[in-house]
Design a protein around this ligand. Structure first.
Ligand SMILES: Cc1cc2nc3c(=O)[nH]c(=O)nc-3n(C[C@H](O)[C@H](O)[C@H](O)COP(=O)(O)OP(=O)(O)OC[C@H]3O[C@@H](n4cnc5c(N)ncnc54)[C@H](O)[C@@H]3O)c2cc1C
Length: 299
């Protein structure tokens, strides 16, 4: 079984930034990544220092892998399905039946949004369809915006967006009931609420055009937000190791070191408890890596 000073599970934004930092200490590092994270979905990040016209998740990931590889970090495309403690080390098993031994473990496995499976939506993500108002509310400033979602989650998103635009419409595709109080708030903000399922998404490449609803009604939509809730937090491996989770399944970490309650297990990025943004994932990846290094020095 191959042994590494540190194995990073997850080669998204947090994992790559940690890999670069650990590579610069010249530790023996492996990144195992299944290549299906949020950063594989977003076609343009607009709020990152140095990229005023935006950069896609794929571009950032490619740059990050190249930068870390040049520092001697190894990469494997695979999915870790089991994590076990063996004395002071960790055994990781992948879906392809490979096992590795890690002296230190960093979980950077992220979360996954609930996105309805209309293929036409995916090329639009980050360009004309968004998920996070703190990231992309600015992109819909003074623009007509259609929220698609479920129940109260979608209603709250529609209300939040009125900070940027007066013209918001809510399609409750999921169909869960919206609380009366939120209905009243939407009424006060003149947000129409359509309680119908979407049957077709029309888009030209990255540009969203319209939603067709049951009954053939077509709603023009050039800018849209998705808000269904129930995002999947990928903290299963952490749970296997006895790592403390919040009720919402995010991993609890020490604010200074990013280490979890289990010695030598760290977590960084969206899977940990915080505000789910690229620059925060980078910061946490770096911070975790610095403390992984400090702990390796004590060996
Ligand atoms: C549509 C969209 C638009 C967004 N726009 C913005 C924006 O404009 N600005 C902004 O700051 N943020 C934005 N975000 C959020 C941003 O993408 C995330 O905050 C960021 O990707 C978090 O990085 P991460 O490394 O924690 O997770 P991810 O980037 O999701 O990476 C996690 C990685 O772990 C891998 N993984 C998970 N489990 C396993 C396993 N068991 N074995 C192996 N590998 C595993 C996944 O395959 C993935 O590659 C957006 C997100 C989406 C979906």
């Amino acid at each position: 079984m191959k042994t590494y000073d540190c194995i990073i599970v997850g080669g998204g934004i947090a994992g790559l930034q940690a890999a670069i930092q650990l590579g610069r200490y010249q530790h023996k590092v492996l990144v195992i990544d299944s290549n299906d994270g949020r950063s594989t979905l977003c076609r343009s990040y607009h709020n990152i220092l140095g990229y005023p016209i935006g950069i896609s998740g794929e571009e950032l990931r490619t740059i990050g892998r190249e930068q870390a590889s040049c520092l001697g970090v190894s990469f494997l495309q695979d999915t870790v399905i089991k994590a076990e403690k063996q004395n002071a080390d960790f055994i990781l098993s992948t879906v392809s039946h490979v096992q590795f031994l890690a002296k230190r473990l960093l979980l950077a496995t992220g979360i996954m949004d609930t996105i309805p499976p209309f293929p036409a939506l995916f090329p639009c993500l980050g360009i004309s369809v968004y998920v996070c108002p703190d990231c992309d509310g600015y992109e819909v400033k003074d623009r007509r915006t259609v929220v698609i979602g479920n129940g109260n989650v979608g209603a709250n998103m529609a209300l939040t967006l009125t900070y940027w635009t007066k013209e918001v419409l809510y399609i409750n595709h999921g169909g869960d009931q919206v609380d009366e109080e939120l209905e009243q708030k939407m009424k006060a903000k003149k947000i129409p609420h359509i309680n119908k399922r979407i049957t077709t998404v029309n888009a030209e490449g990255e540009k969203l055009k319209s939603y067709v609803l049951e009954g053939e009604m077509e709603v023009k939509a050039e800018h849209s937000f998705i808000a269904f809730g129930k995002n999947k937090v990928k903290s299963d491996l952490a749970a296997q190791l006895g790592v403390k989770l919040l009720d919402n399944q995010h991993i609890v970490v020490d604010g200074r070191t990013k280490m979890t309650n289990i010695e030598n297990v760290w977590a960084a990025g969206d899977v940990a408890a915080h505000s789910e943004q690229v620059t925060i994932a980078m910061g946490e990846g770096s911070q975790a890596a610095i403390w992984v290094h400090k702990s390796l020095l004590q060996n």
